[in-house]
Design a protein around this ligand. Structure first.
Ligand code: SIN
Length: 475
């Protein structure tokens, strides 16, 4: 198990010798500890990256593409081992963790294909006086701050396009799940990524780490996935150096079920949209809007499905929902449920933390929720489904869009025209139409409004890590 920081291809302890304990959220026990990087280590990582980037950017796109392709197969060759690490430190069920590794690896296969297709443009100026040549060189050193909910995939979603485009990176993985990050980095090195192109520095003190990394004059870009609250703070800090940013921030997804929806399909989709990866995703359905004719049956069927979820240690057979990441998560979920119930919501199933070691909460369905209840304003990040009944379509759409977030929305109806029209009215970067999952490395992932800036995946993803240079040329 790798437990040191990675700078310039060397595994070293942090410059002050501190350690970060890594907990098993299924028991609350310490699994191990990893070296804690300091601001000086963050500076060293950017330094090394800036040197490594020069040679890496000069390689042929095909050469980089082949390294990315090798990263894809190497990660898949270690799927079981990585999945065990993910379940150990994050807690998600082993089957979900295996799925995450496949998802994580796919970012490399997809971006290996995009690496050789970073296209520029040449045109004749309207005056005819010159040519306009547009090219897309790599942006430079990218500082990455990644979340704990997908310990592998949220790293590879950023790293694959960044290095494919010819950049080098300094990564701050989350202190909750550093083991996966370190092992992924080691495997990427084994696959042929040159020393210094990927540097990984866990830390106990994110603020000073980030300041040091972004104050370094070689840093050109920050790519962050996490909460909108933290994203705002990082954006302010990036403003001081006018750094390019890519931000994947919070969500508050509406899940709309029209009367004419296929009930079984809607419940199945709702379970995916809510419970995927232990309900700790930013794409998670956060507010269920059910039309009056289907609302009682939908609420009952959803409650039945949620009450059948087996909650427990992600390594145990049949478990489909693991622990939450820490005690603070349990407290925050409990506060939101308490406020909703206080405002008149009915508990259809669940409603309490589970009394056992580790950090577990019952899969919960709340009926009769008011559209203005606090639980509809906050990202729950846990296994709780509040159901709001609606009659008026326009009013429902107003409520669905009445949030500063705009990441994902879900719509269930058998009337495709109505479904597409509703999807078009959603103020969200992604819409699942009769589908409970939207994530795909081949699709542009990202949010409108305060859910983020930029897109990851698809063809857009690699251009986020490129500059645009225009040359006015005469010949
Ligand atoms: C996230 O929760 O941050 C990402 C979810 C996904 O990629 O599906």
């Amino acid at each position: 198990m790798r437990d040191q920081i990675l700078i310039g291809g060397r595994w070293i302890d942090g410059s002050e010798g501190e350690r970060i304990p890594v907990l098993d959220p299924a028991t609350g026990d310490e699994i191990t500890s990893v070296a804690a990087g300091t601001p000086a280590d963050a500076t060293a990582a950017v330094d090394v990256a800036s040197k490594a980037q020069i040679g890496w950017a000069a390689t042929a796109p095909r050469e980089r593409a082949e390294v990315l392709r090798a990263c894809w197969s190497t990660l898949l060759d270690h799927q079981d081992e990585l999945a065990e690490l993910i379940t150990r430190e994050h807690g998600k069920p082993l089957a979900d963790a295996k799925g995450e590794v496949a998802y994580a690896a796919e970012f490399f296969r997809w971006n290996s294909e995009e690496t050789v297709r970073i296209h520029g443009m040449i045109a004749t100026a309207p005056s005819g006086a010159n040519k306009i040549i547009v090219r897309h060189p790599p942006v430079g050193v990218v500082v990455m701050v990644t979340p704990w909910n997908f310990p592998a995939a949220m790293i590879t979603r950023k790293v694959a396009p960044a290095i494919g485009a010819g950049n080098a990176v300094a990564i701050k993985p989350p202190k909750e799940t550093p083991l996966t990050a370190l092992r992924v980095a080691e495997l990427l090195q084994d696959a042929g990524v040159p020393d210094g192109v990927i540097n990984v520095v866990p830390t106990r003190n994110s603020g000073s780490w980030f300041d040091a990394a972004t104050e370094h004059t070689a840093t050109r870009m920050v790519s962050f996935t996490g909460s909108t609250e933290v994203g705002r703070v990082l954006l302010r800090r990036c403003a001081d150096r006018v750094l390019k940013v890519a931000m994947e921030l919070g969500g508050n997804a509406p899940f709309i079920v029209f009367d004419d929806a296929d009930l079984d399909a809607a419940v199945e989709g709702a379970m995916v949209a809510k419970m995927r990866h232990s309900a700790e995703t930013c794409t998670a359905a956060n507010r269920f809007f059910a039309e009056a004719g289907i609302a009682p049956a939908f609420t009952e069927a959803l409650a039945a499905a949620m009450s059948e979820v087996k909650v427990g240690n992600g390594f145990d057979d049949g478990v489909t929902c693991g622990p939450m990441i820490n005690p603070a998560a349990i407290e925050s979920i409990g506060t939101l449920v308490g406020a909703a119930v206080g405002a008149g919501a009915e508990v259809a199933t669940g409603g309490s933390p589970i009394d056992r070691p580790g950090f577990f909460y019952e899969p919960t369905v709340l009926g009769n929720v008011e559209p203005s209840s606090p639980i509809t304003r906050e990202e729950i990040f846990g296994p709780v489904a509040p159901v709001i009944t609606f009659t008026d379509h326009d009013e429902m759409i107003r409520h669905a869009n009445d949030t500063e977030m705009g990441l994902t929305a879900y719509v269930y109806t058998q009337d495709l025209a109505k479904g597409l029209a509703t999807a078009e009215r959603m103020e969200s970067g992604m819409v699942g139409l009769n589908r409970g999952a939207v994530s795909d490395p081949a699709a542009p992932f990202g949010g409108m409004k305060q859910s983020g800036l930029g897109r990851e995946g698809a063809s857009e993803g690699i251009y986020e890590f490129c500059e645009t240079q225009y040359i006015a040329a005469s010949w």
